[in-house]
Design a protein around this ligand. Structure first.
Ligand SMILES: Cc1cc2nc3c(=O)[nH]c(=O)nc-3n(C[C@H](O)[C@H](O)[C@H](O)COP(=O)(O)O)c2cc1C
Length: 336
């Protein structure tokens, strides 16, 4: 399948693996790129720019296909040295950066001077237009369903994607709630040129996380995510667990007076406890509503091949079947 996104990034399939803290290591990024998608290393999971340089080199040892690095500009307890991270990306020869959180405007000259293509992840049409204006090559439009930070507008992708299509000139991918061929075809129908998946890629063989995490994703339903940190205007969608229940209790008690320090124990340092040690009740970690569509733990290649094969079936059989009057009742099911 050829779209503006496959052409922009030089990849076979219009599928991107979004940056994920303590998940987006070289193993996953390389597996996605080797399967024809665009794998992304999560920059800030590497505690220093030197460590990121090593992770990029490790990934290069596992794939000769294009891969990218995520740089997240979010409020954090300590501000990372972004220019040094960008230097590590440039020197590592990486040609795609996924930015997220705050606007990457101040870093665009450095990224563009290094010939890097920038895809900015946005949760609104106005932020997408700003990204286009400051020279981003593409946008990842992240709906309210998404795992991680959905912003504060609460617009789901059924509305956000066609709105983005009406306004944007640069290509965009649909992000949030994407899991299978049905997601991809729907995203393409709504004007996207591909899709970005986070949560779905965690439940794959190559994702270098504790088996408990993958099991939790297979067991959870679409009812099991919660929104936290709304009062701080730093909303995050996470998987419900005991730590999250405690956090929500604190949020209820504090109401509008909530400060980040009040929930420090439930949000700080949680990722290594969950992703490496498998302590599933340690606190808040991002997870999308799409968890309700995850029923297996395939290899990345099995997942991507399945998506592309079934997408073709949906388009060629189901959709053209409606036009030809031969397809009527059969539901489009994802293979479990
Ligand atoms: C465990 C996890 C960690 C994430 N960490 C980051 C991150 O560090 N930076 C970022 O830009 N997005 C992060 N995301 C968001 C993903 O890149 C992606 O945009 C999102 O998961 C898409 O929604 P989905 O989960 O419904 O596919 C994270 C998502 C998850 C599930």
């Amino acid at each position: 399948m050829k779209t503006a996104i496959t052409e922009l990034f030089g990849i076979q399939h219009p599928i991107i693996q979004g940056g994920m803290h303590y998940v987006g290591f070289a193993e996953l990024a390389a597996a996605v790129s080797n399967a024809g998608g665009l794998g992304i290393i999560t920059g800030l999971t590497q505690k220093t720019p030197e460590l990121l340089a090593k992770e990029i080199a490790r990934c290069r040892g596992m794939t000769n296909k294009p891969f990218g690095v995520n740089l997240t500009f979010l409020p954090s307890f300590t501000a990372p040295p972004y220019p040094e991270y960008i230097a590590a990306i440039r020197e590592g020869g990486v040609k795609v950066v996924e930015t997220a959180g705050r606007s990457p405007e101040q870093y665009m000259p450095a990224l563009k001077a290094a010939g890097i293509k920038v895809i900015h992840k946005c949760t609104s049409v106005r932020h997408s237009l700003k990204a286009e204006k400051i020279g981003c090559d593409a946008v990842s439009v992240d709906g309210f369903e998404c795992g991680g930070h959905p912003g504060e507008d609460d617009i789901p992708n059924m509305i956000l994607l066609p709105r983005a299509a009406d306004e944007l000139k640069v290509p965009f991918v649909a992000s949030g709630g994407m899991a299978d061929a049905r997601s991809l075809v729907a995203a393409l129908a709504m004007g996207a040129a591909g899709m970005n998946m986070g949560t779905r890629f965690i439940a794959t063989r190559e994702a270098p996380v504790h088996p408990n995490v993958k099991r939790a994703l297979v067991e959870a339903t679409e009812l099991d995510t919660r929104l936290i940190m709304r009062a701080l205007r730093n909303t995050e969608r996470v998987l419900k667990n005991k730590g999250v229940d405690q956090l929500l209790e604190i949020e209820r008690e504090k109401g509008g007076t909530l400060k980040i320090e009040d929930i420090h124990d439930q949000v700080a340092g949680v990722y290594p406890k969950v992703m490496i040690e498998g302590h599933m009740d340690a606190g808040a970690w991002s997870c999308g509503m799409v968890v309700g569509l995850i029923n297996d733990i395939p290899t990345v290649k099995e997942l991507i091949d399945r998506i592309m094969t079934e997408a073709e079936q949906i388009i060629r059989q189901r959709l053209t079947g409606f036009l030809d009057g031969v397809e009527t009742q059969k539901p489009a099911r994802a293979v479990a």
